[in-house]
Structures are given as structure tokens and as C-alpha cells.
Design a protein around this ligand. Structure first.
Ligand SMILES: Nc1ncnc2c1ncn2[C@@H]1O[C@H](COP(=O)(O)OP(=O)(O)O)[C@@H](O)[C@H]1O
Ligand SMILES: [Mg+2]
Length: 318
């Protein structure tokens, strides 16, 4: 391929990327981030999230899924690239000497407020395993925390808000636990409480980190049903999962990630053997993903549960 053709192709590619931006609820371009200077965890990330998309970020443990979510909600500051929330673009540039600059300037959240100002809200459900459950707080209080920024320190004390919280708990089937300490609940119930906290502010995007990890089969199905219902009513959803067969391939849109984005699209296109190999590494047992070797695509009826490939992928090898 000649130099000119290459150049023109790249220009066309950029034009295509630019055309899509305005139609997206969330647009990420050329994003790079790492916790340690010169060691990027995420590189060259481009992602389009149109309104109404139900998207699963798939990748092995340590591939940067949680990190990307935390960047989207403003917990970490990217080294460079930009994120556009609706029509509001936040540009990140590497400041001079940043590699030797205080690491903390990248780890704290100087941009959270500007995201909140530009975007009515993002609902975030953290991975339940990462929450400190010793904190004494009731179910009602946790959901009330989702009404941030509205009416002082204890926003859930207002009558209108109390009704709102009750209605939310009811719709998630956890109204009977309203007064219980959150640490007394099962993983699936805790998951629903945090979902309530995220949903009560009526977010434009719902973001969930491993919503089905550490829960049993029935709970996973319940959570999947709730999310599918929310999405059918128009909610845009981004979630992460390392469970490809149990959850990932049942989503309408998947993004395979391992430091950079490997593939994306409907699961029967994005999850072919080649892409899974690039995402999960050589040691992957593809039969556990329900790969039909002859067709080189996933069989969508297969229900084998994928193993957590935590130890199979060496992120350092490059
Ligand atoms: N706070 C942190 N400080 C330093 N390294 C981190 C931190 N959080 C995550 N990492 C590292 O970043 C990489 C990606 O982690 P993470 O985004 O949690 O991956 P995933 O969610 O896909 O399992 C891993 O190598 C992890 O060890
Ligand atoms: Mg994670």
C-alpha cells in the first residue's frame, strides 16, 4: 500500500470517528492512563457509547476494566486523550514533567466536579467485593446517598426523598430490608442496594463493575433481568465482567479489552477465536467459552461457565 493511500485511509478513519462523536452519550478518544509513570495500564482507548447501548467490557483480571470505569466516573485522571460526555468535552494533556510530577495528581479526582457539572449524572455500582462492609449503614441510607448534592448532609430525611427511596427499594424487590444494616445482606441483595443508590438520581448512564461476580446463578439471572429491563426502557448501561459465557455473550454489545481495545461489536462477531486469543492469551481453553471451532464463533446457546483466568494472562509480557 502506497504512502498516500495509507494517509488517506487514516484521514477517512479519523473522519468516521469524528462523525460519530456527536451522536454519542459518551465518547473516548486516544486515552492513556497508568498508575506508575511509563507503565500504561490503558493505551489508545477509543470507545463510542451511543444512547441506549447495553455494553459489556470483557477481559481477564488485570486487563484494565475497572480502571477504565473509574476514569469514566472521574476517579482517575488520564495521561492524555479526551472524554466527551454528551456535548461536553474534557481534554487531558500530559503536563510537562508529569512523569516525575506528584503521582497523586493523577490518582485523586480533580475532574469529578467538572464531569458532574457537564453531565446530569452517571450511576456507578462498585464491585461489591471492594466495599468495606464494616461501615454501619442501613439499606435506606445507602440508597439515600445516591441523592447527592441536593439537600445537605442527610438528604434522605426529607419526606419526598423517603418515598422515593421506598419506591426504589420496592421496584428492586428489597423493600423489606429497608432498615437492615447493609453488611447483614447477601451479595445479591447488596448488589441491588447499590443499584438503587445508582438509579435514584435518574442517571443518563449506568455503570457497573462486575455486577455478577461473587453471586450465585439465580442472583446473576435476577441482576441480568433487572438490567435488561432497564435497558429496554432506554437506559444506557456499561458493565464489566470476566464471565464471558455466563454474562458477556448474552449482552447485545461487547468490547474486548486487554490494555487496549481488541475488538467490539455484537458477541457473535466480536468474540471470535482470534479476538479471544488476543484478549485472554495463549493458555486459554476455548471450549470453556463455548467456541465452535469449525465456525470460529461462539455458540450462543452454550451455557458453560468460563473460568476466572486470573493467572493465565501475563500483562507484563509485551
Ligand atoms: N490503585 C492502583 N494502584 C496501582 N495499580 C493498580 C491500582 N488499581 C489497579 N492497578 C493495576 O492496574 C491493572 C488493571 O487493574 P484493573 O483495572 O483493576 O483490572 P480489571 O478490572 O480488568 O481486573 C492491574 O495490573 C492492577 O494491578
Ligand atoms: Mg476489575
Amino acid at each position: 500500500m502506497g504512502h498516500k493511500t495509507l494517509h488517506r485511509n487514516r484521514e477517512m478513519q479519523n473522519q468516521n470517528l469524528n462523525d460519530k462523536v456527536d451522536k454519542n452519550l459518551l465518547t473516548i478518544r486516544d486515552l492513556e492512563f497508568g498508575y506508575i509513570p511509563h507503565k500504561p495500564i490503558l493505551k489508545g482507548i477509543n470507545l463510542d457509547v451511543p444512547k441506549g447501548r447495553f455494553l459489556g467490557l470483557l477481559g481477564p483480571s488485570g486487563s484494565g476494566k475497572s480502571t477504565l470505569l473509574k476514569i469514566i466516573i472521574g476517579l482517575h485522571r488520564p495521561w492524555h486523550g479526551y472524554i466527551q460526555y454528551g456535548s461536553n468535552k474534557i481534554n487531558y494533556t500530559k503536563t510537562a514533567g508529569s512523569t516525575s510530577a506528584l503521582l497523586t495528581s493523577y490518582l485523586v479526582n480533580p475532574i469529578k466536579d467538572s464531569i458532574r457539572a457537564s453531565f446530569s449524572s452517571i450511576g456507578y455500582v462498585p464491585q461489591i467485593e471492594s466495599v468495606d462492609w464494616s461501615f454501619p449503614v442501613t439499606v435506606t441510607e445507602v440508597v439515600g446517598m445516591g441523592i447527592w448534592n441536593r439537600s445537605g448532609i442527610y438528604p434522605w430525611f426529607g419526606k419526598g426523598n423517603k418515598e422515593k427511596i421506598h419506591h426504589m427499594l420496592d421496584s428492586l424487590g428489597i423493600a423489606e430490608y429497608a432498615k437492615r444494616q447493609i453488611r447483614e445482606l447477601s451479595g445479591g441483595e447488596q448488589q441491588r442496594v447499590f443499584l438503587g443508590r445508582a438509579l435514584i438520581s435518574n442517571p443518563q448512564i449506568l455503570i457497573l463493575d462486575e455486577p455478577t461476580s461473587g453471586v450465585d446463578y439465580n442472583t446473576r439471572e435476577k441482576i441480568f433481568a433487572i438490567l435488561t429491563d432497564l435497558n429496554s426502557k432506554g437506559m444506557t448501561i456499561i458493565l464489566t465482567t470476566h464471565d464471558v459465557t455466563g454474562l458477556g455473550k448474552r449482552l447485545p454489545w461487547v468490547v474486548c479489552i486487554n490494555k487496549s481495545i481488541i475488538s467490539q461489536g455484537p458477541p457473535n462477531e466480536a468474540l471470535n477465536q482470534e479476538n479471544l486469543l488476543k484478549t485472554y492469551g495463549l493458555a486459554t481453553d476455548f471450549s470453556s467459552f463455548g467456541i465452535d471451532k469449525n465456525k470460529n464463533t461462539l455458540s450462543l446457546t452454550d451455557t458453560v461457565v468460563a473460568h476466572d483466568r486470573r493467572h493465565d494472562t501475563n500483562l507484563e509480557s509485551e
